[in-house]
Design a protein around this ligand. Sequence first.
Ligand SMILES: NC(=O)c1ccc[n+]([C@@H]2O[C@H](COP(=O)([O-])OP(=O)(O)OC[C@H]3O[C@@H](n4cnc5c(N)ncnc54)[C@H](OP(=O)(O)O)[C@@H]3O)[C@@H](O)[C@H]2O)c1
Length: 253
Amino acid sequence: MCAGAAVPSVVGMSDNRTAIITGASRGLGRALAAGLAREGFDLIIDARDAAALDAAAGALRAAGATVTAVPGDVTDPAHRVALLAAAPGRLDLLVNNAGTLGASPLPALADYPLDELRAAFEVNVLAPIALTQLLLPSLRERGGAVLNITSDAAVEAYAGWGGYGAAKAALEQASNVLAAEENTLRVWWVDPGDMRTRMHQDAFPGEDISDRPLPAAVVPALRRLVAERPPSGRYRAAELQPAVPAAAPGGQA
Ligand SMILES: NC(=O)c1ccc[n+]([C@@H]2O[C@H](COP(=O)([O-])OP(=O)(O)OC[C@H]3O[C@@H](n4cnc5c(N)ncnc54)[C@H](OP(=O)(O)O)[C@@H]3O)[C@@H](O)[C@H]2O)c1
Protein backbone atom coordinates (compact mmCIF):
# COMPACT_ATOMS: atom_id res chain seq x y z
CA MET A 1 0.00 0.00 0.00
CA CYS A 2 1.47 3.33 -0.96
CA ALA A 3 1.24 6.13 1.54
CA GLY A 4 -1.06 8.89 0.39
CA ALA A 5 -4.23 6.89 -0.25
CA ALA A 6 -7.16 7.65 2.04
CA VAL A 7 -8.25 4.07 2.65
CA PRO A 8 -5.69 1.29 2.59
CA SER A 9 -6.15 -2.07 0.91
CA VAL A 10 -5.76 -5.17 3.02
CA VAL A 11 -5.55 -7.47 0.00
CA GLY A 12 -2.54 -9.72 0.27
CA MET A 13 -2.23 -9.68 4.05
CA SER A 14 -1.45 -13.11 5.42
CA ASP A 15 -2.77 -15.08 8.40
CA ASN A 16 0.07 -13.72 10.54
CA ARG A 17 -0.64 -11.79 13.68
CA THR A 18 -1.32 -8.13 12.98
CA ALA A 19 -0.16 -5.06 14.90
CA ILE A 20 -1.12 -1.42 14.52
CA ILE A 21 1.71 0.90 15.57
CA THR A 22 1.01 4.61 15.61
CA GLY A 23 3.82 7.05 14.96
CA ALA A 24 6.05 4.57 13.16
CA SER A 25 7.79 6.79 10.60
CA ARG A 26 10.76 7.37 12.92
CA GLY A 27 11.94 7.01 16.50
CA LEU A 28 10.63 4.29 18.77
CA GLY A 29 7.63 3.45 16.58
CA ARG A 30 9.77 2.71 13.58
CA ALA A 31 12.26 0.64 15.57
CA LEU A 32 9.44 -1.31 17.22
CA ALA A 33 7.80 -1.92 13.85
CA ALA A 34 11.01 -3.55 12.64
CA GLY A 35 11.19 -5.63 15.82
CA LEU A 36 7.60 -6.80 15.58
CA ALA A 37 8.07 -7.71 11.93
CA ARG A 38 10.93 -9.97 13.04
CA GLU A 39 8.48 -11.42 15.59
CA GLY A 40 6.22 -12.38 12.66
CA PHE A 41 3.68 -9.57 12.82
CA ASP A 42 2.10 -7.96 9.79
CA LEU A 43 2.19 -4.22 10.36
CA ILE A 44 -0.22 -1.33 10.01
CA ILE A 45 1.60 1.93 10.64
CA ASP A 46 0.80 5.61 10.60
CA ALA A 47 2.29 9.09 10.91
CA ARG A 48 1.23 12.51 9.63
CA ASP A 49 4.10 13.02 7.17
CA ALA A 50 3.11 10.72 4.30
CA ALA A 51 6.51 10.84 2.59
CA ALA A 52 8.38 9.91 5.76
CA LEU A 53 5.87 7.16 6.48
CA ASP A 54 6.22 5.82 2.95
CA ALA A 55 10.00 5.76 3.32
CA ALA A 56 9.73 3.86 6.60
CA ALA A 57 7.25 1.40 5.07
CA GLY A 58 9.55 0.86 2.11
CA ALA A 59 12.50 0.08 4.37
CA LEU A 60 10.41 -2.35 6.41
CA ARG A 61 9.17 -4.11 3.25
CA ALA A 62 12.72 -4.33 1.93
CA ALA A 63 13.54 -6.23 5.13
CA GLY A 64 10.69 -8.66 4.43
CA ALA A 65 7.83 -7.15 6.42
CA THR A 66 4.20 -6.97 5.29
CA VAL A 67 3.26 -3.34 5.84
CA THR A 68 0.15 -1.25 5.33
CA ALA A 69 0.91 2.45 5.64
CA VAL A 70 -1.99 4.72 6.57
CA PRO A 71 -0.89 8.35 6.65
CA GLY A 72 -2.80 10.64 8.96
CA ASP A 73 -3.15 12.29 12.33
CA VAL A 74 -4.28 10.17 15.28
CA THR A 75 -6.41 13.08 16.48
CA ASP A 76 -8.47 12.89 13.26
CA PRO A 77 -11.52 10.59 13.68
CA ALA A 78 -11.56 9.78 9.94
CA HIS A 79 -7.94 8.68 10.12
CA ARG A 80 -8.69 6.42 13.06
CA VAL A 81 -11.50 4.82 11.05
CA ALA A 82 -9.02 4.27 8.21
CA LEU A 83 -6.76 2.42 10.65
CA LEU A 84 -9.72 0.28 11.72
CA ALA A 85 -10.52 -0.45 8.08
CA ALA A 86 -6.97 -1.69 7.55
CA ALA A 87 -7.42 -4.47 10.11
CA PRO A 88 -11.02 -5.66 10.07
CA GLY A 89 -11.70 -8.26 12.71
CA ARG A 90 -8.17 -9.49 13.11
CA LEU A 91 -6.07 -7.35 15.37
CA ASP A 92 -3.58 -8.84 17.83
CA LEU A 93 -1.75 -5.77 19.06
CA LEU A 94 -2.37 -2.02 19.21
CA VAL A 95 0.66 0.11 20.07
CA ASN A 96 -0.30 3.67 20.96
CA ASN A 97 3.14 5.15 20.41
CA ALA A 98 2.48 8.44 18.57
CA GLY A 99 2.94 11.27 20.98
CA THR A 100 3.79 14.91 21.29
CA LEU A 101 5.99 16.81 23.69
CA GLY A 102 3.65 19.78 23.58
CA ALA A 103 5.11 23.24 23.81
CA SER A 104 8.87 23.44 23.20
CA PRO A 105 10.94 24.79 24.90
CA LEU A 106 9.07 23.23 27.80
CA PRO A 107 7.20 25.95 29.69
CA ALA A 108 6.40 25.97 33.39
CA LEU A 109 2.77 25.17 34.14
CA ALA A 110 2.38 28.77 35.27
CA ASP A 111 2.98 29.88 31.69
CA TYR A 112 1.66 26.91 29.71
CA PRO A 113 -0.47 28.12 26.77
CA LEU A 114 -3.79 26.34 27.21
CA ASP A 115 -4.30 25.74 23.50
CA GLU A 116 -0.98 23.88 23.38
CA LEU A 117 -1.86 21.98 26.55
CA ARG A 118 -5.20 20.96 25.04
CA ALA A 119 -3.43 19.84 21.85
CA ALA A 120 -0.99 17.72 23.87
CA PHE A 121 -3.88 16.01 25.65
CA GLU A 122 -5.61 15.41 22.28
CA VAL A 123 -2.58 13.53 20.92
CA ASN A 124 -1.33 11.84 24.08
CA VAL A 125 -4.63 10.92 25.79
CA LEU A 126 -7.79 11.39 23.73
CA ALA A 127 -6.46 9.87 20.52
CA PRO A 128 -5.11 6.65 22.09
CA ILE A 129 -8.34 6.17 24.03
CA ALA A 130 -10.46 6.84 20.95
CA LEU A 131 -8.39 4.47 18.80
CA THR A 132 -8.59 1.80 21.47
CA GLN A 133 -12.38 2.20 21.63
CA LEU A 134 -12.62 1.65 17.89
CA LEU A 135 -10.34 -1.38 17.88
CA LEU A 136 -11.56 -3.15 21.02
CA PRO A 137 -13.93 -5.49 19.16
CA SER A 138 -11.09 -6.64 16.90
CA LEU A 139 -8.73 -6.97 19.86
CA ARG A 140 -11.26 -8.95 21.92
CA GLU A 141 -11.76 -11.30 18.97
CA ARG A 142 -8.14 -12.40 19.19
CA GLY A 143 -7.42 -11.96 22.91
CA GLY A 144 -5.08 -9.22 21.85
CA ALA A 145 -3.03 -6.62 23.65
CA VAL A 146 -2.77 -2.86 23.96
CA LEU A 147 0.67 -1.36 24.51
CA ASN A 148 0.59 2.30 25.51
CA ILE A 149 3.91 4.14 25.44
CA THR A 150 4.12 6.52 28.38
CA SER A 151 7.02 8.10 30.23
CA ASP A 152 8.76 8.55 33.55
CA ALA A 153 7.36 12.11 33.34
CA ALA A 154 3.97 10.51 34.12
CA VAL A 155 5.12 9.67 37.65
CA GLU A 156 8.04 12.02 38.36
CA ALA A 157 7.74 15.77 38.88
CA TYR A 158 10.25 17.35 36.51
CA ALA A 159 10.07 21.13 36.25
CA GLY A 160 8.86 22.05 32.78
CA TRP A 161 7.32 18.66 32.09
CA GLY A 162 3.89 19.40 33.61
CA GLY A 163 1.91 19.45 30.38
CA TYR A 164 3.47 16.36 28.82
CA GLY A 165 3.68 14.59 32.18
CA ALA A 166 0.06 15.26 33.09
CA ALA A 167 -1.05 13.91 29.72
CA LYS A 168 1.09 10.77 30.09
CA ALA A 169 -0.22 10.31 33.65
CA ALA A 170 -3.76 10.45 32.28
CA LEU A 171 -2.84 7.86 29.66
CA GLU A 172 -1.38 5.65 32.39
CA GLN A 173 -4.54 5.77 34.51
CA ALA A 174 -6.72 5.20 31.45
CA SER A 175 -4.57 2.14 30.72
CA ASN A 176 -4.93 0.98 34.32
CA VAL A 177 -8.73 1.19 34.18
CA LEU A 178 -8.84 -0.41 30.74
CA ALA A 179 -6.88 -3.33 32.16
CA ALA A 180 -9.44 -3.69 34.96
CA GLU A 181 -12.32 -3.61 32.48
CA GLU A 182 -10.92 -5.80 29.70
CA ASN A 183 -10.01 -9.05 31.39
CA THR A 184 -9.55 -10.99 28.15
CA LEU A 185 -6.89 -8.57 26.92
CA ARG A 186 -3.42 -7.62 28.03
CA VAL A 187 -2.94 -3.89 28.61
CA TRP A 188 0.60 -2.71 29.21
CA TRP A 189 1.73 0.88 29.78
CA VAL A 190 5.43 1.24 29.43
CA ASP A 191 8.02 3.88 30.24
CA PRO A 192 10.62 3.30 27.51
CA GLY A 193 13.31 5.48 29.13
CA ASP A 194 15.27 8.24 27.44
CA MET A 195 15.96 7.67 23.76
CA ARG A 196 17.86 9.62 21.12
CA THR A 197 14.92 10.77 18.98
CA ARG A 198 13.50 13.95 17.51
CA MET A 199 11.10 14.33 20.43
CA HIS A 200 13.94 14.02 22.92
CA GLN A 201 15.99 16.58 21.00
CA ASP A 202 12.99 18.93 21.04
CA ALA A 203 12.88 18.54 24.81
CA PHE A 204 16.53 19.56 25.06
CA PRO A 205 16.97 22.05 22.20
CA GLY A 206 20.57 22.70 21.30
CA GLU A 207 21.88 20.08 23.73
CA ASP A 208 24.06 17.14 22.79
CA ILE A 209 21.88 14.05 23.38
CA SER A 210 24.30 11.60 21.78
CA ASP A 211 24.73 9.78 25.10
CA ARG A 212 21.08 8.65 25.04
CA PRO A 213 20.44 5.17 23.62
CA LEU A 214 18.86 4.78 20.22
CA PRO A 215 15.26 3.52 20.23
CA ALA A 216 16.35 0.13 18.93
CA ALA A 217 17.87 -0.50 22.37
CA VAL A 218 14.36 -0.51 23.88
CA VAL A 219 12.84 -2.89 21.34
CA PRO A 220 14.00 -6.17 22.91
CA ALA A 221 12.16 -5.25 26.12
CA LEU A 222 8.95 -4.53 24.22
CA ARG A 223 9.32 -7.73 22.18
CA ARG A 224 9.55 -9.67 25.43
CA LEU A 225 6.26 -8.18 26.59
CA VAL A 226 4.55 -9.20 23.38
CA ALA A 227 6.10 -12.66 23.29
CA GLU A 228 5.68 -13.56 26.97
CA ARG A 229 2.39 -11.71 27.68
CA PRO A 230 3.00 -10.88 31.34
CA PRO A 231 0.03 -9.53 33.34
CA SER A 232 -1.46 -6.20 32.43
CA GLY A 233 0.30 -3.39 34.25
CA ARG A 234 2.94 -0.68 34.21
CA TYR A 235 6.41 -1.65 33.09
CA ARG A 236 9.70 0.12 32.64
CA ALA A 237 11.67 -1.00 29.62
CA ALA A 238 14.84 -0.93 31.71
CA GLU A 239 13.33 -3.57 34.01
CA LEU A 240 12.21 -5.78 31.13
CA GLN A 241 15.76 -6.29 30.03
CA PRO A 242 16.89 -8.95 30.41
CA ALA A 243 13.80 -10.68 31.90
CA VAL A 244 10.10 -10.02 32.36
CA PRO A 245 9.30 -10.00 36.11
CA ALA A 246 6.72 -12.48 37.33
CA ALA A 247 4.36 -9.63 38.21
CA ALA A 248 5.08 -5.95 37.67
CA PRO A 249 4.70 -3.58 40.60
CA GLY A 250 1.14 -2.32 40.42
CA GLY A 251 0.39 -4.83 37.71
CA GLN A 252 -2.86 -6.73 37.45
CA ALA A 253 -3.46 -10.34 36.67
N1 LIG B 1 12.39 9.87 23.19
C1 LIG B 1 12.29 9.73 24.51
O1 LIG B 1 13.28 9.95 25.25
C2 LIG B 1 10.99 9.26 25.13
C3 LIG B 1 10.98 9.03 26.51
C4 LIG B 1 9.79 8.58 27.10
C5 LIG B 1 8.68 8.36 26.32
N2 LIG B 1 8.72 8.60 24.98
C6 LIG B 1 7.50 8.33 24.19
O2 LIG B 1 7.84 7.45 23.13
C7 LIG B 1 6.92 7.63 22.05
C8 LIG B 1 7.71 7.79 20.75
O3 LIG B 1 8.48 8.97 20.88
P1 LIG B 1 9.79 9.23 19.98
O4 LIG B 1 10.80 9.77 20.90
O5 LIG B 1 10.09 8.03 19.15
O6 LIG B 1 9.26 10.46 19.07
P2 LIG B 1 9.61 10.90 17.58
O7 LIG B 1 10.93 10.41 17.16
O8 LIG B 1 9.31 12.35 17.54
O9 LIG B 1 8.52 10.09 16.70
C9 LIG B 1 7.17 10.36 16.87
C10 LIG B 1 6.38 9.58 15.82
O10 LIG B 1 4.99 9.83 16.03
C11 LIG B 1 4.45 10.43 14.85
N3 LIG B 1 3.38 11.35 15.28
C12 LIG B 1 3.51 12.42 16.09
N4 LIG B 1 2.33 13.01 16.24
C13 LIG B 1 1.43 12.27 15.55
C14 LIG B 1 0.04 12.38 15.31
N5 LIG B 1 -0.68 13.37 15.84
N6 LIG B 1 -0.57 11.44 14.53
C15 LIG B 1 0.14 10.44 13.99
N7 LIG B 1 1.46 10.28 14.18
C16 LIG B 1 2.10 11.21 14.93
C17 LIG B 1 5.63 11.10 14.16
O11 LIG B 1 5.44 11.30 12.77
P3 LIG B 1 4.79 12.68 12.20
O12 LIG B 1 5.47 13.80 12.90
O13 LIG B 1 5.03 12.62 10.71
O14 LIG B 1 3.33 12.58 12.53
C18 LIG B 1 6.69 10.03 14.41
O15 LIG B 1 6.51 8.94 13.53
C19 LIG B 1 6.07 8.84 22.42
O16 LIG B 1 4.82 8.42 22.95
C20 LIG B 1 6.88 9.52 23.50
O17 LIG B 1 6.08 10.30 24.37
C21 LIG B 1 9.85 9.05 24.36
